[in-house]
Design a protein around this ligand. Structure first.
Ligand code: ATP
Length: 424
């Protein structure tokens, strides 16, 4: 009998990580039953507010003898009961079990949880419909992710190897030789990616929280991912590691929509025209985008760093394709920009001083007059319109790796442009 197990919402900013619990269980359960494929790390809607970090849920499937299924379920529930961080108000674990094949309704629910907002009631309804068993701890919001992780189609996927720390090191800074990460990355890139930020010269595989993760190594080639791990020099013991199959970096979350259809927490691709000049508040850059159905505020927030420079180059009238998540900012529905593609750029006109009509020399401003630097000719100050280069190319601009959503596909990977160019 095939048994699917889903787990979510066991962690808080103070510790734990659902992938750690998943990795422990995968090891233990593999002794009792035959694993079907790797465990899966499924990222769901990145815009929902309840997430601790990256809205990740974990699922795994086994071929198990009927007789061992109760033992497996007990083990899962006791691990979740013992290891979840129940002290945090936003930690509401959920566990789901499904026997047999994944029905279409669960697949649809999963895609809804990826792209929209769903309620605990909806999760309970779909569980009853498909005959899945679920267990709620506290509010039990985790059953949303637990069921969605089981039902996720995972037709496109990448890998992440997660290595964990010994408990006595949790909460201390992670000790990994940075140079070894740069070397391993240059050997494996782009089959393994996001290991380092070459511009800032920083290591990206080590998280910063109190959770048990030592490093996470991502890639599209599982062999390369494991070899990067082997090439990294660890200056603290690695407790154990687990390779996960994941929907990270697939762009699966993005759905093409009209601006008038955008709802809070959607992840979307829209095509529209820049409606007014950009403005800045704090270090955030904003502009407005409109199509024939409506208008939305678009934001490139401070952590997107140099990406904001490209956004500042956009002019009213430019037509672009934009991808991002819909959130509320200062009470206004706002598209948090992840990538954009300039489709049509309006000409950029600047008013400049003319050349000297007498000798062709350069004119200098003198109050209301212009005076030629070469021959001294004077004339009233009348500036002339000149078309200047736009400095934006017909290519996709994306936020830097440390500001990128887990689900967003980096342009360096095959298919990284597909979701945007579909709207061309
Ligand atoms: P980590 O990435 O470290 O595992 P996290 O960011 O995944 O942490 P969770 O602790 O899993 O955060 O919290 C996310 C919560 O939101 C879970 O309870 C999950 O069931 C729920 N959830 C996931 N997707 C949706 C959705 N689309 N609508 C409403 N709730 C959702």
């Amino acid at each position: 009998m095939r048994l699917h197990i889903g787990i979510d919402d066991t962690d808080s900013p103070n510790g734990m990580c659902t992938t750690y619990l998943g990795a422990l269980l995968y090891r233990e359960l593999s002794r009792l039953a035959e694993p079907i494929d790797l465990p899966r790390l499924i990222r769901l809607n990145p815009n929902i507010p309840y997430k601790t970090r990256g809205n990740g849920a974990v699922a795994m499937a086994f071929e198990a003898d009927e007789g061992t299924i109760p033992e497996i379920k007990d083990l899962v529930l006791s691990h979740v009961g013992q290891l979840s961080d129940f002290t945090h108000e936003n930690t509401n674990p959920g566990v789901a079990f499904l026997e047999g094949d994944v029905p279409g309704e669960l697949r649809e629910f999963s895609l809804k949880a990826l792209r929209e907002h769903v309620t605990i009631n909806e999760a309970e309804r779909v569980a009853r419909e498909v005959g899945a068993e679920y267990f709620k701890f506290k509010l039990g919001r985790g059953i949303i992710g637990a069921l969605a992780a089981i039902g996720y189609p995972l037709e496109r996927f990448t890998y992440e190897l997660l290595a964990y720390r010994e408990p006595e090191n949790w909460g201390t800074s992670r000790r990994v030789n940075g140079e070894s990460v740069f070397l391993a990355d240059s050997w494996a890139y782009p089959f393994s990616y996001d290991n380092v930020d070459p511009y800032k010269r920083t290591v990206l595989i080590t998280p910063h929280g109190k959770d048990p993760v030592l490093v996470g190594i991502r890639g599209i080639d599982r062999g390369k991912v494991v070899q990067v791990f082997e090439r990294v020099e660890f200056l603290e013991p690695v407790a154990f590691y687990q390779l996960y199959k994941t929907n990270q970096n697939t762009d699966d979350h993005l759905v093409p929509k009209k601006i008038g259809e955008l709802r809070l927490y959607d992840s979307v691709v829209v095509r529209g025209k820049v409606a007014r000049p950009y403005w800045e508040r704090g270090r955030h850059v904003f502009f407005e985008l409109e199509d024939d159905t409506g208008r939305i505020r678009v934001a490139a927030f401070e952590p997107t760093k140099k990406f904001r420079n490209w956004v500042r180059k956009l002019l009213p009238g430019d037509e672009i394709i934009a991808a991002g998540g819909v959130k509320e900012h200062e009470g206004v529905l706002t598209l948090n920009l992840e990538k954009f593609y300039p489709v049509k750029l309006v000409p950029k006109i600047e008013f400049k001083k003319p050349k000297c009509p007498r000798c062709g020399g350069t004119m200098k401003s003198k109050g209301d007059y212009l005076k030629c630097k070469r021959c001294g000719h004077k004339m009233p100050k009348k500036l002339v319109p000149v078309e200047v280069p736009r400095d934006l190319e017909k290519k996709i601009y994306e936020v830097p790796p440390d500001a990128r959503k887990h689900l967003s596909r980096p342009l360096v990977l095959p298919g990284g442009e597909d979701k945007l160019l579909e709207l061309l």
